[in-house]
Design a protein around this ligand. Structure first.
Ligand SMILES: Nc1ncnc2c1ncn2[C@@H]1O[C@H](COP(=O)(O)OP(=O)(O)OP(=O)(O)O)[C@@H](O)[C@H]1O
Ligand SMILES: [Mg+2]
Length: 366
């Protein structure tokens, strides 16, 4: 159930969505994933996916700076996919969304509830109420107090929502779900946890996403995020190191890192120090997690993001942290359509977590 008297509802709280594909607009690329469900809810099939690079700085820190470039990238990716589905689910970066649980008197009429939510929201939102999309969901009776109800508030800057909707629209697509990246990651994470011994019940699993510019640590326990933090480190730094070491252009360095063909001393002189650097940042982030929560142990580290494809990162992280480390593949338990190249999907899978979580919004999550 979702109540939004606003232009584009932030409906990551609602359950069922029409047929849709998941679209992740991130700093290095646009990623689209299409999933279908097997009969009798027996699992999912990866139908199609595409990753289309974006020009540098078209998107930074979750903000779309170059709407035209994003729309073109999206359109190219969609055409290449060869799908017919035009409904898309999109996500906002966690930093662009504020969520808060509040208590309100029970038994309010619809309009009164909306009025109260807006009045309460004013206290928590650091921008003018006209600038935000506001959404809410009544969770149920307040624990230990029948006279009140617990309500989940979600607010986001309108500009963040509208830019994404506009990019989809210019690409000929229709935004039907606006999720939050953290929730989309949680959704895909269920698929990953199911691969861990005993489903990692009651254990802390650190999802470490190393992208182009940002490393995000998200610690999950029983499918819920208990801690999240960003650090400024990513594959862009490795690209720069390759450029400096061998006098290559950004494009040449990027291609070399993915496909090989770099000078012989690359692994020892450039890659290894970068992997060490990332591993020590992961260790530091986990220490910070311990010191700012009641938790004292991380049982697994799951590596995601484009950099998870770098050979040796898992070993470097495991050695440094002494935690069992594996590479995320949210599709491991899914069947693949004949169109999908399994080897390539294996390489791309760690960077498709959010797009996968968004594609899963097509199905009733219950
Ligand atoms: N196969 C690969 N081998 C090595 N590096 C790769 C590979 N694929 C992607 N990368 C690197 O991963 C980075 C992109 O990862 P990802 O797509 O997760 O980033 P992003 O989500 O766009 O960025 P951010 O999370 O920082 O906003 C780039 O630096 C890219 O060079
Ligand atoms: Mg990313």
């Amino acid at each position: 159930m979702i109540k939004g008297n606003f232009d584009i509802p932030l409906d990551f709280l609602s359950a069922k969505a029409p047929p849709l594909i998941g679209v992740d607009i991130c700093s290095s690329s646009v990623k689209i994933v299409e999933l279908s469900e097997l009969p009798k809810k027996a699992g999912y099939t990866v139908e199609r996916y595409a990753i289309e690079p974006l020009p540098k700085d078209a998107v930074s820190d979750g903000n779309i700076n170059n709407l035209e470039a994003v729309a073109e990238g999206l359109q190219r990716a969609w055409k290449r996919m060869g799908t017919r589905i035009k409904n898309v689910s999109l996500a906002l970066p966690a930093a662009a969304v504020i969520t808060k649980k509040i208590l309100l008197p029970g038994g309010l009429r619809e309009e009164d509830l909306e009025y109260q939510v807006e009045a309460e929201a004013n206290q928590y939102i650091p921008f003018a109420i006209e600038e935000v999309n506001l959404d809410f969901q009544v969770i149920g009776p307040a624990p230990g107090n029948d006279a009140e109800v617990e309500v989940l508030l979600a607010a986001s800057r309108k500009a963040n929502v509208e830019d994404r909707v506009a990019a989809a629209q210019s690409a000929g697509l229709k935004a039907v779900v606006m999720d939050v990246e953290t929730y989309a990651a949680e959704m895909a994470f269920d698929q990953i946890c199911a691969q861990l011994p005993d489903g990692a019940v009651d254990q802390c699993v650190a999802l470490v996403d190393v992208g182009a510019n940002v490393m995000n640590l998200n610690v999950l326990r029983n499918g819920q995020s208990v801690y999240a933090r960003d650090q400024q480190i990513g594959g862009g730094q490795l690209t720069q190191m390759i450029q400096n070491a061998f006098g290559l252009s950004a494009e040449e360095a990027e291609a070399g890192k993915r496909n090989g063909g770099l000078p012989e001393n690359y692994e020892h002189d450039v890659l290894a120090p970068f992997l060490e650097n990332v591993a020590s940042e992961v260790a530091r982030a986990i220490h910070l997690f311990f010191s700012s929560t009641q938790f004292t142990e991380v049982n697994y580290i799951v590596l995601a993001g484009g950099c998870a494809a770098l050979s040796g990162l898992d070993d470097a992280v495991a050695t440094r942290t002494q935690v069992k480390t594996l590479i995320a593949n949210p599709f491991a338990r899914m069947t693949l359509s004949g169109r999908i190249k399994p080897r390539q999907l294996q390489v791309d899978a760690p960077s498709l977590i959010i797009a996968c979580g968004l594609a899963l919004r097509r199905f009733d999550p219950s």
